[in-house]
Write a protein that binds this ligand. Structure first.
Ligand code: FMN
Length: 195
C-alpha cells in the first residue's frame, strides 16, 4: 500500500502539518507506510513553473502514480487552500489522482472557513480525477493544543475524527488489495478450464 501525503504549509511549527503527522502516525501503527512531500523538496524554479521535465518532479510523479491514497493537508489562506499546496498539486499530471482515494485535512485561524474544503479544495481535486474523496477534516483554533516543545498536537475531538478516517482509509486499502487477487484467481481458473 502506498500512501502519499502532501504538506501544504511552509511554517516551521505548522498546525496543518501537525494534523497530517498525527494521521501518518495512525497509519504507521497499522503498518501502512506513507511518503510525505512538501514544497521544500523541489527546486524552487522548477516548482513555481511546474517544470515536468525536472528529474525531481518526474520522480515525484512516479511515486504519485503508484499511490493508492493521497492525503493533502493545508492551512486556510485567504478563504482558500494554500499556494504551497497548489504548487504541489500543479506538479501532478492531468487526472493524476484518478487511481487513488483522497483525504483532505485543513486548519484555519477561525471556524468560519470550514467550507473551504468543499467549495475550494474539493473541485480542484475532482478536476484531477479524484472521484473518491473521503470527508474532509477541518481543525479550528480550539482543535489543536501546543506541547511544551512548541509543537502542535490535535485535541481529543480531532484525534477521534482522524482515527475514524484512518479506519475507513485502511479498510478501503485492504479491500482494494483483495480485489486484484480475486481477479487473478478468476482468470487463472478460466485459463485452466480453457486448457
Ligand atoms: C496568509 C494567511 C492567510 C490566512 N487566511 C485565513 C483565512 O482566510 N481564514 C482563516 O480561518 N484563517 C486564515 N489564516 C490562518 C491560518 O489558516 C491558520 O493559522 C492555520 O492553522 C495555519 O496553519 P499552518 O500552521 O499549517 O500554516 C491565514 C494565515 C495566513 C498566514
Amino acid at each position: 500500500m502506498n500512501v502519499v501525503t502532501l504538506a501544504g504549509s511552509a511554517s516551521v511549527q505548522s498546525r496543518s502539518t501537525a494534523l497530517l503527522a498525527f494521521m501518518e502516525s495512525q497509519l504507521h501503527r497499522r503498518g501502512i507506510e506513507t511518503r510525505r512531500f512538501c514544497a521544500d523538496n523541489f527546486p524552487s524554479r522548477a516548482l513555481i513553473n511546474a517544470d515536468h521535465t525536472d528529474p525531481v518532479i518526474q520522480a515525484f510523479q512516479k511515486t504519485l502514480a503508484r499511490a493508492n491514497a493521497v492525503i493533502v493537508a493545508t492551512p486556510v489562506h485567504q478563504a482558500s487552500f494554500s499556494g504551497a499546496l497548489k504548487l504541489l498539486l500543479d506538479l501532478a499530471p492531468q487526472r493524476g489522482l484518478e487511481h487513488c482515494t483522497v483525504q483532505a485535512l485543513a486548519t484555519g485561524g477561525s471556524d468560519q472557513h470550514l467550507l473551504m474544503l468543499d467549495y475550494a479544495l474539493k473541485p480542484v481535486l475532482s478536476s484531477m480525477g479524484a472521484t473518491h474523496q473521503l470527508p474532509g477534516i477541518y481543525a479550528g483554533p480550539a482543535d489543536l493544543g501546543k506541547c511544551s516543545n512548541g509543537h502542535h498536537m490535535p485535541g481529543p475531538d480531532i484525534r477521534r475524527r482522524v482515527e475514524q478516517a484512518v479506519e475507513t482509509l485502511a479498510s478501503l486499502l485492504e479491500a482494494r488489495q483483495v480485489k486484484p487477487l480475486k481477479h487473478l484467481e478468476k482468470s487463472t481458473f478460466s485459463l485452466a478450464q480453457a486448457g
